[in-house]
Design a protein around this ligand. Structure first.
Ligand SMILES: Nc1nc2c(ncn2[C@@H]2O[C@H](COP(=O)(O)OP(=O)(O)OP(=O)(O)O)[C@@H](O)[C@H]2O)c(=O)[nH]1
Ligand SMILES: C[C@H](OP(=O)(O)O)C(=O)O
Length: 224
């Protein structure tokens, strides 16, 4: 399975700007990208990072076997256009997966669940209606990201008459967009993952206030 991994390399994760400086957002985005690429390769797929700007894979500290299985291509078109240019163009073409780079909790098992369906379109939706992981094998299906794109993609699938499977996965539904999402990374990230280690290094820790779990950051770790 070929997997496209879209990556906004310049000024990523702007919705985390209230808790992370621009350089820190870039560091966290790259840590999540490294975790996602590792999970994709361990699930048996071949990822291509479709990056908005040049990206040196050697800066991601990937294990050599993972690094060797990943390629990068630069495409500065908007997300929807860049992805549509890479979806199957004919019934003979191989299925293509599109896995977002901010799925910090993605594991080989959860991705394999997406890769194993025999439908024209398979979607693992995000919690607020995005399309976090997608597998397309039908040449008439095209994406339209942003907003409640999961609903839009269900409608597009209906309009072009493709079969569609929805994958119900807590891990794949957790894209890291807002400061509160960092809670999930600290709770559910594993020892081997880079993103939770990166957040802890930046001074983030779980904090329970009035019975509600959030993240707190040690003041001395804040950098402008
Ligand atoms: N190639 C490409 N990837 C993109 C683009 N915009 C977002 N992405 C990637 O698409 C996935 C989902 O991105 P979003 O969460 O919507 O956007 P983001 O830029 O990561 O974060 P925000 O700035 O907070 O919206 C992530 O893997 C991004 O890196 C784009 O224009 N081109
Ligand atoms: C790209 C967009 O991601 P979100 O803004 O939901 O993170 C989507 O999934 O349509």
């Amino acid at each position: 399975m070929h997997a496209v991994v879209p990556f906004a390399a310049t000024d990523p994760k702007t919705r985390l700007a209230s808790v992370l400086s621009p350089a820190e957002r870039s560091t966290v985005a790259r840590a999540m990208l490294a975790d996602v690429l590792t999970a994709i390769v361990e699930a048996g797929a071949e990822p291509t990072v479709v990056s908005t700007a040049p990206l040196d894979l050697d800066t991601l500290s990937l294990e050599a076997t993972i690094r060797d299985a990943v390629s990068v291509t630069v495409d500065d078109r908007p997300l929807t256009e860049a992805v549509n240019a890479r979806l199957p163009a004919s019934h003979d073409a191989a299925p293509t997966a599109v896995i977002m780079a901010d799925l910090a909790l993605a594991t080989p098992d959860t991705l394999e669940r997406c890769f194993s369906h025999d439908t024209d379109v398979t979607i693992a939706p995000g919690r607020s209606g995005g399309t976090n992981a997608l597998v397309v094998s039908h040449p008439d299906f095209r994406v339209d990201y942003h907003g409640a794109s999961y609903l839009d993609h269900c409608e597009i699938a209906r309009d072009v008459g493709t079969s569609l499977e929805t994958v119900d996965s807590f891990r794949l539904s957790t894209d890291i967009d807002e400061p509160d999402d960092l809670v999930e990374v600290l709770i559910h990230g594993t020892e081997a993952d880079r993103a939770p280690a990166c957040l802890r290094e930046l001074g983030f820790a779980l904090e329970t206030r009035d019975g509600r779990v959030g993240v707190a950051r040690l003041e001395e770790t804040r950098r402008e």
